[in-house]
Design a protein around this ligand. Structure first.
Ligand SMILES: [Zn+2]
Length: 412
């Protein structure tokens, strides 16, 4: 793939410096004419998720052949995230060929392990830039899309810019008990204690809240809405409980307003007539901005209320990264760029539910924007990490135009 990139974009490769980081990640530096201007970075990742075993036959085109047919580019990664990676390079290639030189330095940073946390690629690229004293004006990475029908009563498509991202915390709970023979069981067993603790955690989830970015998103979208939903969103002081009850009914909307609790692993016992000495379970929390790993651990300790259960956090846990301010010239520039290329859409700030590579850049920039310039309907969304992933040729052309305009507006 890297050979293909090099061969496909010769003018860009002549204009920019290419470095390999952590064996597989790519860092391009397109040096700006003004050394004093603050640099920016465009991010994408090279890796993809696998095709779920057994679903290969459901693909209309082979997942790894890059078939172009029926107006679409088919294959795993066409959306996530090679569409962004290649359209950035297409834009830069065309501009380099025309002799364009950015006013400020633009980094193109392409990690290779985003789907497994980015701890080799993105983290090391960000560390390398930090070691060189680089401070970025802003970072644009994959993220929220241009979607229709995301909210009842909103007819126009909405382009949501992810200015906030949820945090990630897995806690391993271990119940300690005395192992023994099952013929004389004590009142409390490891499995019984752990089951009770987990049931309590599911019953006492963290509270739903409308604050920060999500509140700002509603404020921006409400005036564009019609009917009852406009009334609801414009009068949250009155309708908040009603809205939250509605949000709680579906996973994606609930995830926007609460730190979620997901029981993911349970291990205990290995013989039917032996009481195990311990029982262990993993609980994965996705934190809304404002919550921290420490506050979640407090919540878990208070909720399970059992000092025979220990709580151990995973090493890879991350608090939500700082929220990017929308009262910020870069946000305005990005909004303007989106409106220029997609004149029919409403632009609003949003909360990114999943984690992206960009969080590793929090130390070298105050402004992270998670946005993929792709139109998607609810049918398309199933193709993400799913079967028949594809990107329309028309959509790809729009992405190229978007990145070109973004470079012009920010570094022209
Ligand atoms: Zn991705």
């Amino acid at each position: 793939m890297q050979a293909h990139i090099e061969k496909s974009f010769p003018a860009f490769h002549a204009a920019a410096k290419r470095e390999i980081v952590a064996d597989y990640s790519l860092l391009y530096t397109w040096e700006g004419a003004d050394p004093k201007a603050q640099p920016i970075a465009l991010l994408a990742h090279q890796d993809v998720v696998p095709v779920a075993p057994g679903t290969e036959k459901d693909w209309q085109q082979p997942p790894y052949d890059g078939v172009i047919a029926d107006g679409f580019i088919w294959g795993r990664g066409s959306w996530d995230d090679k569409g962004n990676l290649y359209s950035m390079l297409e834009a830069a290639e065309a501009m380099a060929r025309e002799g364009f030189r950015p006013k400020r330095t633009i980094y193109f940073a392409f990690g290779h392990d985003e789907e497994t946390a980015g701890t080799a690629g993105a983290k090391n690229i960000a560390a390398l830039l930090a070691s060189r004293g680089v401070k970025l004006d802003f970072v644009v990475d994959e993220g929220l899309l241009i979607t229709e029908g995301i909210m009842k009563g909103l007819e126009k498509p909405a382009a949501l810019i992810g200015v906030a991202e949820k945090g990630y915390a897995t806690l391993v709970l271990t119940a300690h008990a005395t192992p023994g023979h099952s013929s004389m069981p004590p009142r409390q067993t490891a499995i019984g204690m752990m089951s009770a603790a987990l049931a309590r955690l599911e019953d006492h989830r963290l509270p739903m809240q409308i604050r920060g970015t999500v509140a700002e998103m509603f404020d921006t979208l409400a005036p564009e809405m019609s009917g009852f939903n406009r009334v609801v969103l414009s009068n949250l002081w009155l309708f908040k409980p009603l809205l939250l009850r509605e949000f709680e009914k579906s996973g994606p909307t609930e995830a926007m307003v609460r730190t979620t609790t997901a029981l993911t692993i349970f291990n205990a016992g290995d013989k039917d007539n032996v009481l195990p000495g311990n029982a262990a379970a993993s609980v994965n929390f996705r934190l809304i901005p404002g919550d921290t790993q420490a506050s979640v651990i407090d919540h878990v300790r208070d909720t399970i209320d059992n000092d025979r259960i220990s709580i151990t956090p995973f090493a890879g846990n991350t608090d939500p990264p700082p929220v990017t301010a929308t009262a910020n010239p870069s946000y305005q520039m990005l909004t303007k760029t989106i409106r220029e290329i997609y004149p029919d859409v409403i632009v609003a700030p949003g909360l990114m539910i999943a984690a992206t590579d960009s969080r590793h850049y929090a130390g070298i920039t105050d402004s992270i924007f998670r946005f993929s310039p792709v139109r998607a309907n609810s049918d398309d969304l199933k193709r993400f990490h799913g079967t028949n992933e594809r990107l329309s040729i028309e959509g790809y052309a729009d992405m190229i135009r978007f990145y070109r305009r973004l470079i012009e507006n920010s570094a022209g």
